[in-house]
Design a protein around this ligand. Sequence first.
Ligand SMILES: [Zn+2]
Ligand SMILES: [Zn+2]
Length: 170
Amino acid sequence: MIIELENIGVRAKEIDESIAAADIGLDTAGACLEGTVRFRGEAVRIDGKAHLRGTVQVAAKVDCSRCLEPIERPIETFFDAIFVSSDMMPEDAETVLADADLDESVAEGGIIDVAETLREQILLDLPDHPVCSETCKGLCPKCGGNRNLIDCKCEENEIDPRWAALRDLK
Ligand SMILES: [Zn+2]
Ligand SMILES: [Zn+2]
């Protein structure tokens, strides 16, 4: 879905949009979306700036940062993205943007690509270091086994050289 910036007026326009997760193209390691991405919100102009705001919802799976097993992590996040027209910007747009609110973007070509905006918001909502459980034991650095599932004994079999020295004294 594409929204033309000039069509966003002070009277809010309701949006209820469902996009196949595959069309969002979330191309990031350790996370994938499932089913449908739903956005419910509005496009409205406030103080001359176009806002696309509302709630994005999707079923997602992220990999545990310790054991790499996928974890169900439904996403439901509210956002308020602000767009300004590129021709409204002064010549040194880059400098101005750097100082501006980080939630403000330039609508290239005067349009807002809703799928692209949702993709960015979903990425922002993904956890940095997800864990399947606070007690997740992770992968064994020696054999690569999932220590939540197997008891690989790698650590036990490793003889601490200090103990080995004591044993030799006996
Ligand atoms: Zn884990
Ligand atoms: Zn092991």
